[in-house]
Write a protein that binds this ligand. Structure first.
Ligand code: SF4
Ligand code: SF4
Ligand code: SF4
Length: 275
């Protein structure tokens, strides 16, 4: 029983520890609310996933994604995109965007891999609503694009910062708005072009440059009980990220792409997969 609920319990504890630590350390109640809200949403989604509520993950993704996009981004003017991370890093300010990146995208993946991509990302919350939940084709060799965009984002912020362009806060806010519109447009076009909702995640998203290395070592990962597996291949057919999850080796194909959606676990007829 406890094994079955290990994933949600660990996620809840991780987020509560972060919420309480940041609240006390930075003397700011916002962090208690922020990380508790995200942690509770994700935990509930994971419990409901286990109970086979079909849309649980999508609802959680919308709950967390909309909160971050609308409340933090649009209302509070916090640029939580990668440009915002570089910007606050250059300013030497240890606040929301930097903390967000450290927790969700740089250190957190050592524990929960790419859980951010499965339960919280506001770009994927829209892309996952498109018709191609199961990729129709094999992966293209376009993964290099994300590295180019990663360098471009750093160059963009470095340039506006060192040129001391006036109204930098405003520039960063509008880069957040325009950047998101571009992400949604490109993501939707690619999803239809490649018949794959997650094409943007696979080829374009620069954040994966942070996410992938730590995810390789992720404590929480899908594993296969070889005694039970009958090699029917269903899990691999339905995986949105083309992961070879029946291979337990960390070097398995697309191992750092798993978004912990648990689709393979839920659909395995032999109950051979687990986290
Ligand atoms: S890969 Fe990028 S766009 Fe896709 S879910 Fe992760 S952070 Fe979001
Ligand atoms: S769906 Fe289950 S039984 Fe079939 S290959 Fe995957 S792990 Fe094995
Ligand atoms: S289907 Fe399984 S291996 Fe594929 S992303 Fe979801 S949890 Fe990971």
């Amino acid at each position: 029983m406890i094994i079955k609920y290990k994933f949600p319990i660990i996620m809840f504890l991780v987020f509560e520890i972060i919420a309480i630590t940041l609240w006390l350390e930075l003397d700011n109640l916002f962090y208690l609310f922020n990380f508790s809200y995200i942690g509770i949403c994700i935990t509930m989604g994971l419990f409901l996933n286990i109970k086979r509520f079909r849309y649980a993950r999508l609802v959680v993704q919308l709950g967390v994604g909309l909160y971050m996009l609308v409340y933090l981004g649009v209302i509070c003017h916090e640029n939580m995109m990668i440009e915002g991370f570089w910007y606050y890093l250059f300013l030497g300010v240890f606040q929301s965007a930097v903390i967000h990146y450290i927790v969700a995208k740089i250190c957190g993946p050592f524990i929960f891999g790419r859980g951010w991509c499965g339960y919280a990302c506001w770009t994927a919350m829209i892309l996952d609503l498109l018709p191609y939940k199961i990729p129709q084709y094999s992966r293209k060799k376009l993964g290099f694009i994300k590295y180019v965009l990663f360098i471009l984002s750093l160059t963009f912020v470095g340039t506006v910062f060192f040129l001391r362009i006036p109204n930098l806060e405003k520039v960063m806010f509008w880069s957040f708005v325009i950047g998101n519109l571009l992400y949604y447009t490109v993501g939707i076009i690619l999803a239809f072009l490649f018949k794959d909702n997650r094409a943007f995640c696979k080829y374009i998203c620069p954040i994966t440059v942070f996410l992938k290395p730590a995810s390789y070592f992720s404590m929480l990962r899908v594993k296969c009980d070889k005694e039970k597996c009958i090699n029917c291949g269903k899990c691999k057919r339905i995986c949105p990220m083309n992961v070879d999850m029946i291979n337990n080796d960390r070097k398995r194909i697309n191992g750092t792409e798993c978004i912990l959606c648990t689709n393979c676990i839920v659909e395995c007829p032999q109950k051979a997969l687990y986290i």
